[in-house]
Write a protein that binds this ligand. Structure first.
Ligand SMILES: C[S@@+](CC[C@H](N)C(=O)[O-])C[C@H]1O[C@@H](n2cnc3c(N)ncnc32)[C@H](O)[C@@H]1O
Length: 283
């Protein structure tokens, strides 16, 4: 890994480690967004709010719900079947793993993979509290998945691939561990239509560690996502926008590379950020 990519990965680990530590220590009734959601670190963050129906969360521990930092609801959109093996890339506090475990039943199994110790501790506590046994939380990088080839039926993920410093190995690894016919069913932040040509250079984005770790600066465009999945070997690639963002959803203060664009362009740029459900199949 390059030094620049290592710096990005460490910034991401630090941010989510401190959020998990806060949830672990607080017997709080405040939401996750007081400590910073996927979208940023202010109380104004809205990206991770309201993603799950109250009925879905029945039986899910409070701490798992509080640590929900995603930008979609992949288990609601993915067709999970009884007996399947699910892998959640960047499982955080474990909410989507617990929901998956319920859907695949006792003959199925759900793995969560995360690189942050505090998140793994939180997820394991949540699973124990929920009394769910068909789950395991693995420590590792989504760019080097600690599972054998062709061992998983479906890969889910919720707002994590945008955090990876280099997306290509993540998509290659997802392809490797899926069984033939296996599905990729991921919620992520995607920049629809890309950023206006020449407006923000990628070096500037990569230097903004806070907005990278807040799921914004590292997002792929829809064209890049499709190309990356195809390059890894996936077919039947589909992107479905589940939510479009506006200024009100962005973390405040705005990242400097956003505010430097001026009011008119900012609106234009922000309107291109979406939560998107990405589907693809391993042939
Ligand atoms: C935005 S949070 C989402 C957590 C969870 N999916 C959810 O919806 O609540 C990102 C999570 O991905 C983990 N993560 C980020 N990059 C990772 C990587 N390269 N390898 C493994 N885990 C990673 C972080 O530790 C964190 O728990």
């Amino acid at each position: 890994m390059t030094t620049e990519n290592q710096t990005i990965t460490e910034a991401v680990r630090e941010r989510y480690g401190s959020i998990a530590a806060q949830v672990l220590t607080e017997q709080t009734n405040s939401g996750c967004c007081d400590s910073g959601c996927c979208g940023g670190s202010s109380e104004k963050d809205t990206i991770s709010q309201g993603l799950y129906a109250v009925s879905e969360l029945e039986g899910v521990p409070l701490k798992a719900a509080l640590a929900s930092l995603g930008c979609g609801n992949p288990t609601a959109l993915a067709e999970l079947r009884e007996g399947e093996v699910v892998l959640d890339l960047g499982s955080g506090g474990g909410i989507d793993v617990l929901l998956s475990a319920r859907r695949v039943g006792s003959t199925g199994f759900a793995y969560g993979l995360d690189m942050t110790d505090e998140m793994l501790e939180l997820a394991r506590r949540n699973a124990a509290e929920a009394g769910v046994e068909n789950v395991a939380f693995l420590k590792g990088d989504i760019a080097a998945i600690p599972l054998p080839d062709s061992s998983v039926d479906i890969i889910i993920s919720n707002c994590v691939i945008n955090l990876a410093a280099d997306k290509a190995p993540v998509l290659r690894e997802a392809f490797r561990v899926l069984k033939p016919g296996g599905r990729f069913a991921v919620s992520d932040i995607v920049i629809e239509g890309g950023l206006p040509e020449g407006l923000v250079d990628s070096a500037t984005l990569r230097r903004d560690l806070s907005s990278w770790a807040g799921c914004i600066a590292g997002a792929l465009t829809d064209v890049e996502y499709r190309a990356g999945l195809a390059e890894a070997g996936f077919v039947d690639i589909e992107l479905e926008v589940t939510r479009r963002y506006s200024m009100a959803d962005l973390p405040q203060p705005l990242p400097t590379w956003v505010s430097a664009l001026g009011d008119e362009l900012v609106e234009q740029v922000v309107g291109r950020f979406t939560s998107t459900f990405v589907r693809a199949t391993k042939p």
